[in-house]
Design a protein around this ligand. Structure first.
Ligand code: BEZ
Length: 228
């Protein structure tokens, strides 16, 4: 089962947008590989409509989306067509899913990524989310069960937080959003504990020797990460 920090397992697959060679085709971009339990099911439909509506927002953060379920290609195509032509939900309608959806009837990819979790279901993938960075390294993994749709604002927040942590060499505190203070690296890489506590550096607050934060402007974060 792949873990955070591992290279994303490689596979070739057929998708609704043609064949893909993963993760090689995505080198240089962030990519979110996510699974859903089944086509033509309500929670998954609400998720796909939400994710497809946010695709441009993810693209502006240099992040591509790739879906997967253990259904076949013709099921995927029929389901996505139904979503576009018939489903109106929470103000979303005429929603076209433009990102690739992998067919995985053999469950080869789902098994490779640990998306089949037998305690939950043996014949369906759980709702897994893998964040893979531009070098092909898995940076975050999130799992939801079959009965709970994902929070896509949180999925976007995680992407921006990962990118900002890399860009500014900082860590992100609980519930961090752009504009909130960030955590500066712990003592050792940045002076002794005493030096840190006594630091007069502008915008730095030390709550104790091991816990220092600093301001990071929202505009600076968004300018560095988002291309419009
Ligand atoms: C759903 O997406 O609605 C769903 C899928 C599999 C099991 C339960 C719910």
């Amino acid at each position: 089962m792949p873990r955070i920090g591992d290279s994303a397992p490689e596979f070739k697959a057929v998708t609704t947008q043609g064949e893909i060679n993963f993760p090689a085709d995505y080198k240089g971009s962030w990519v979110i590989l996510f699974s859903h339990p089944a086509d033509f099911t309500p929670v998954c439909t609400s998720e796909f409509m939400t994710f497809a509506s946010m695709e441009q927002q993810f693209a502006e953060a240099n992040c591509k989306l790739v879906g997967l379920s253990v259904d076949g290609l013709y099921s995927h195509i029929a389901w996505l067509r139904t979503i576009k032509e018939k489903i109106e939900y929470k103000g979303m309608k005429d929603v076209e899913v433009k990102f690739p959806l992998i067919e995985d009837i053999t469950m080869e990819v789902a098994n490779k990524y640990g998306m089949i979790q037998p305690g939950e279901a043996t014949t369906k993938a759980v709702r897994a989310v893998f964040y893979i960075d531009p070098k092909g390294i898995i940076r975050t993994i999130i799992y939801y069960p079959l009965s709970l749709g994902r929070n896509f604002d949180e999925l976007y927040r995680v992407l921006i937080a990962l990118q900002a942590a890399d860009e500014f060499s900082v860590a992100m505190p609980a519930d961090w959003r752009p504009g909130d203070d960030v955590i500066i690296p712990t003592a050792g890489s940045c002076g002794t504990a005493k030096e840190r506590m006594e630091s007069k550096e502008e915008d730095v607050t030390c709550h104790d020797w091991f816990f220092c934060t600093k301001k990071l402007d929202k505009e600076k974060v968004l300018k560095a990460l988002l291309k419009k």
